[in-house]
Design a protein. Structure first.
Length: 261
């Protein structure tokens, strides 16, 4: 049976873990070859794609660095000849701990955080998405075959929460970035959308269920459970496929019913 992404090439930042890895596996099942771009080593993700009968390559990438994103785009083209889909999933919850949950102690208040903490989160979660979109978007424009860009934002783009200020602001920025990129790239037949997941069970949220933040998360989630990375990947498959051919500038929410509007 034909896959929804047969013959496509997808670059997935943050593809070694969590939501990015689930996207890599589902996209491979649907026929895509995959570039895994991450700070973490990507052997597991590459093997998972290959087990599904598709080609995969890992490119060590720091999405907060312009040169690293340009290198990623160049090596992906060198390997596969074209890029059809970008999923920009690389992200951090807060500075100082990479794959970890934030707490809401007074040290996490914006008035008390060092500027460097704010800057690190903005550098990875907002600048990193812009730099990834830009590097890959340029290649898509050059190739002239259109494309799809999917930015992973969060419900936190719309829901403010004390203790994770830089994260909320970075994700709100990703949402506006997505709308601007959608407008700029529409003439090139490049669709740009965002996904704003609710609370998803990944390494980033490993400590959530035993924290005060975790109790708050379940209280605002009508379905009273965390989502899975696979449930977010299903949304990313929809957006990458022709099923979403008239979607651009949208923010879709796999979030178990959290009120975001
Ligand atoms: P995850 O399992 O920690 O995966 C994120 C991956 O991105 C990790 O491998 C991480 O490496 C990598 N990364 C971090 N900074 C990077 C950088 N500068 N360059 C390249 N790779 C980098 O977390 P996840 O839950 O799947 O998160 C994926 C995306 O979904 C993030 O943008 C996150 O904000 C968003 N999101 C998550 C949730 C949730 O509840 N899990 C909800 C809404 C949105 P390290 O481990 O070294 O940091």
């Amino acid at each position: 049976m034909a896959g929804k992404l047969d013959g496509k090439v997808a670059v997935i930042t943050g593809g070694a873990s969590g939501i990015g890895r689930a996207c890599a596996e589902l996209y491979a099942e649907e026929g895509a070859n995959i570039v895994i771009a991450d700070l973490q080593e990507g052997n597991g993700a590459v093997a998972a794609v290959q087990e599904r009968g598709r080609e995969a390559v890992f490119i060590a990438t720091d999405t907060s660095e312009e040169g690293s994103c340009e290198n990623l785009a160049a090596l992906a083209i060198e390997k596969f000849g074209a890029i059809d889909v970008l999923v920009a999933a690389a992200g951090i919850g807060h500075a100082g701990a990479t794959s970890d949950v934030a707490d809401d102690s007074s040290a996490m208040l914006l008035v008390n955080q060092p500027l460097s903490s704010w800057q690190r989160v903005i550098d990875v979660n907002l600048n990193g998405v812009m730099l990834s979109d830009r590097a890959i978007g340029r290649r898509m424009i050059e190739a002239g075959n259109g494309g799809v860009i999917i930015n992973i934002a969060s419900i936190m783009a719309k829901v403010p929460q004390v203790g994770v200020g830089p994260y909320c602001v970075s994700k709100a920025g990703v949402w506006m970035l997505t709308k601007i990129m959608a407008m700029e790239l529409a003439p090139y037949d490049i669709r740009v959308n965002a996904i704003g997941p609710g609370f998803i069970d990944t390494p980033m949220t490993a400590g959530l269920n035993v924290s005060e933040t975790g109790r708050w998360a379940m209280a605002i989630t009508p379905m009273r459970r965390m989502g899975t990375a696979e449930e977010v990947a299903s949304t990313a498959l929809f957006l990458a496929s022709d099923d979403a051919s008239f979607y651009t500038g949208a923010l879709l929410h796999p979030h178990g019913g959290v009120f975001t509007d």
